[in-house]
Design a protein around this ligand. Structure first.
Ligand code: NAP
Length: 458
């Protein structure tokens, strides 16, 4: 797609950007590769960690500006944008503080002699990122790459070019040398080309299953390491002994945050019969009372969807769900106002043969399922093509722990919605993709874990 900035609240175009030419891409790649072959990549980690420390400070300084650009370019409410930047700051600081220790060689016991594993960079990485968390998605890949010494070229989503340029500029101010982190305005075809280039050693993609399968297949064809962070249809389980007030308030915010465009957003509400009437009634009331409005206004909780295409897709999905028997408890249509707004929506009575049952709804649309016992909770939670996250609300922690171990996803949270923190490995299984970002796992995904062994003299 062509790069363009359009305000989803006003529906007015802001600006357009030309794609980089193949010649420009080649030059950017060889600069990045030259950096990989320099002392910057191969030398002491502390110089690179200084950049992350400066990046954290600059994110604090530019917090308001970044939150405003996100609001204008993809509709994120300003208060949520600030929280995103705070998380990015903590990720930069986490790696600045912990990477040196995490990258220390690790001894390995064996019968030959002294052995250890060292962690080295592997070369230039390509990051392909989505628009829903325009800065967080970048930093999840870029902060560990800087710590390790892998230069990154990134292709951001075509609807957030200003976020891409602003982030690149902040990194330059933080002292990242030329070639360390470079924005590319390129097409899907150029991504495929780039993956064929010997200078690219790996690709990290966050996005849809469609993009993931194409990029993953191309990476496999060229024998390049890849990580895929794809969609999700996370369960939000409410057991019959849950704290009702807490579960309702967490459920509403977990479904409407970022206008529901969150891979780990609560999407399937699995509620036990004993608490179902009370939960559903309070949850529907909560969804109806969400404050929809201008993303730049402080009190706005629900902004527009990020694009006209996202809105059209969601309208079509809900219509199809209803045609196939789903009951609309509230919402169910585009909001009657300018901007790509969709009403907070709750759907019930979704049978297994309804296409909605296995779909991800990337917007403020909740699905409600009522179940009788804990076995049914697990059966329904695991009857999904996805396996990203999930949460369980219960006052019986032992019971919740047992269920958490049986849910087939990469992450489960108890008594709090699925979320992200710098030290917590983030990622999924099944069609949600493979690999982990953040924490120690994210730091080592694109490391050469090099074994060295010295034979003992006898
Ligand atoms: P998308 O269409 O797949 O776009 C993601 C990125 O991939 C964009 O930069 C896009 O570029 C690029 N892209 C699309 N098709 C491509 C292709 N054939 N080859 C190379 N690059 C390609 O995803 P989206 O609709 O923007 O994002 C929503 C999806 O991402 C949801 O399913 C959501 O759950 C998932 N997501 C997952 C996570 C996670 O961590 N697991 C986090 C956030 C979002 P263009 O913009 O130019 O098309």
């Amino acid at each position: 797609m062509a790069y363009r900035s359009l305000n989803p609240f006003t529906e007015q175009a802001i600006s357009h950007f030309d794609n980089h030419t193949d010649t420009e891409v080649e030059a950017i790649l060889s600069t990045a590769d030259a950096l990989y072959r320099s002392d910057w990549s191969k030398g002491d980690v502390s110089a690179r960690l200084t950049i992350l420390e400066a990046l954290a400070d600059l994110l604090v300084e530019n917090r308001e500006k970044l939150a405003q650009v996100m609001a204008q370019e993809m509709g994120k409410p300003i208060s949520q944008g600030r929280k995103e930047i705070d998380l990015c700051t903590s990720i930069a600081r986490y790696y600045a503080t912990n990477a040196a220790n995490l990258l220390r060689p690790q001894p390995v016991a064996n019968d030959i002699g002294e052995g250890w594993v060292e962690y080295h960079p592997i070369g230039v990485l390509l990051a392909v990122e989505p628009w829903n968390f325009p800065i967080y998605q970048l930093i999840r890949v870029i902060a560990p790459a800087i710590a390790l010494g892998n230069p990154v070229v990134f292709k951001h989503a075509s609807i957030v070019p200003k976020c891409a340029l602003l982030f690149e500029d902040i990194l330059r101010q933080a002292g990242a040398p030329k070639g360390a982190v470079t924005n590319l305005f390129i097409s899907a075809a150029q991504v495929a080309e780039l993956l064929g280039d010997a200078l690219i050693q790996g690709v990290a993609l966050t996005g849809s299953e469609g993009a993931g399968s194409k990029v993953g297949a191309r990476a496999a064809e060229m024998i390049k390491k890849s990580t895929l962070e794809l969609g999700g249809s996370d369960v939000f389980v409410v057991l019959d002994d849950a704290d009702l007030k807490k579960a309702v308030s967490a459920g509403v915010s977990a479904r409407i945050a970022n206008a529901g465009q969150v891979c780990i957003g609560a999407k399937r509400f699995v509620v036990q019969r004993g608490i179902a009437d009370d939960f559903i009634s309070a949850f529907v009331t909560g969804m109806k009372s969400v404050m929809m409005g201008d993303p730049l206004e402080e009190e706005t909780q629900l902004g527009p969807l990020a694009s006209a295409e996202a809105l059209a897709d969601l309208c079509q999905q809900v219509e199809s769900a209803v045609q196939n028997g789903a009951q609309v408890l509230t919402g169910g249509k585009r909001a009657d106002r300018t901007g790509f707004f969709y009403e907070p929506t709750v759907l019930a009575q979704i049978s297994k043969d309804n296409p909605a049952y296995y779909q991800e709804f990337f917007g403020p649309v909740a699905q409600i399922y009522i179940v009788d016992d804990d076995q049914e909770v697990i059966a329904l939670a695991n009857d999904s093509l996805f396996g990203l996250g999930g949460s369980i609300f219960s006052t019986d922690i032992n019971r919740a722990r047992l269920l958490a171990s049986q849910i087939e996803t990469g992450m489960v949270f108890i008594n709090t919605p699925t979320t992200s923190r710098p030290s917590l490995p983030f990622g999924g299984i099944k069609r949600s993709g493979y690999g982990r970002e953040l924490g120690e796992s994210g730091l080592l995904e694109f490391a050469n874990r090099k074994l060295v062994v010295i034979a003992a003299s006898h």
